[in-house]
Design a protein around this ligand. Structure first.
Ligand code: AMP
Length: 210
């Protein structure tokens, strides 16, 4: 299955991508994680992306389209994948179409803007492996430490309140129109984000069935 997870920053796309990845045994592909990894390695692309990420803006289309093209050409994506955080603009969605990739399902996880800021303020990510946690909804077993690799958990700079407002604005202006784009193709399903991660997962998995 080739799947896209849509939703505002903090809607829980990454967490749900992990759940589906385990359930369907297809890789979760997150452009945000790939860009942050490039940034931490200090690659040229990472350095170019830094100012955009820090300001809560989108990295230019041609950069992310290049990244995703290379990633989806890898063998592990042959039987399907979950896209988390891509596409985020209409030109990115068109680029996927132009690559000849036929998406089976788009799930939009909806969380009201009022809830986003508090969700993002509790988010913590592993400095080493990028795994994502939440102080309230998905706490690590040991405080401040990644369950998977023991790395230190930190707050993303772009999860700070001032940047979150910019990211939400960008989401509404540039990413939300994708709902219409995929609705017209008949493959969009809407899931209301629930308080409990497991409840959202149940709804998300169900949205893949019909
Ligand atoms: P995320 O972890 O998905 O919230 O992504 C973090 C940041 O990476 C975003 O705020 C953007 O600056 C950048 N980014 C990730 N995916 C994309 C994309 N598809 N298009 C443009 N910028 C992206």
């Amino acid at each position: 299955m080739k799947l896209i997870l849509l939703g505002a920053p903090g809607a829980g796309k990454g967490t749900q991508a992990e759940v589906i990845c385990n359930e369907l045994k297809i890789p979760a592909v997150s452009t945000g994680n790939m860009i942050r990894e490039a940034l931490s390695k200090g690659t040229e692309m990472g350095l170019k992306a830094k100012s955009f990420i820090d300001a809560g803006k989108l990295v230019p289309d041609e950069v992310v389209i290049g990244i995703i093209k290379d990633r989806l050409a890898k063998d592990d994506c042959a039987n399907g994948f979950i896209l988390d955080g891509f596409p985020r603009t209409i030109p990115q969605a068109e680029a996927l179409d132009n690559m000849g990739i036929v998406i089976d399902r788009v799930v939009d996880i909806e969380v009201p803007d009022e809830k986003i800021a508090s969700r993002l303020s509790g988010r913590r990510v592993c400095k080493d492996c990028g795994a994502s946690y939440h102080l309230e909804y998905k706490a690590p077993k040991a405080e401040g430490k990644c369950d998977a690799c023991g790395g230190e958990l930190v707050q993303r700079k772009d999860d700070e309140p001032a940047t979150v407002l910019d990211r939400l604005k960008v989401y509404h202006e540039q990413t939300e129109p994708l709902k219409d784009y995929y609705e017209k193709k008949g493959i969009l399903r809407i899931v209301e984000g629930q308080e409990e991660v497991a409840d959202t997962s149940a709804l998300t998995l169900k949205a893949l069935e019909d």
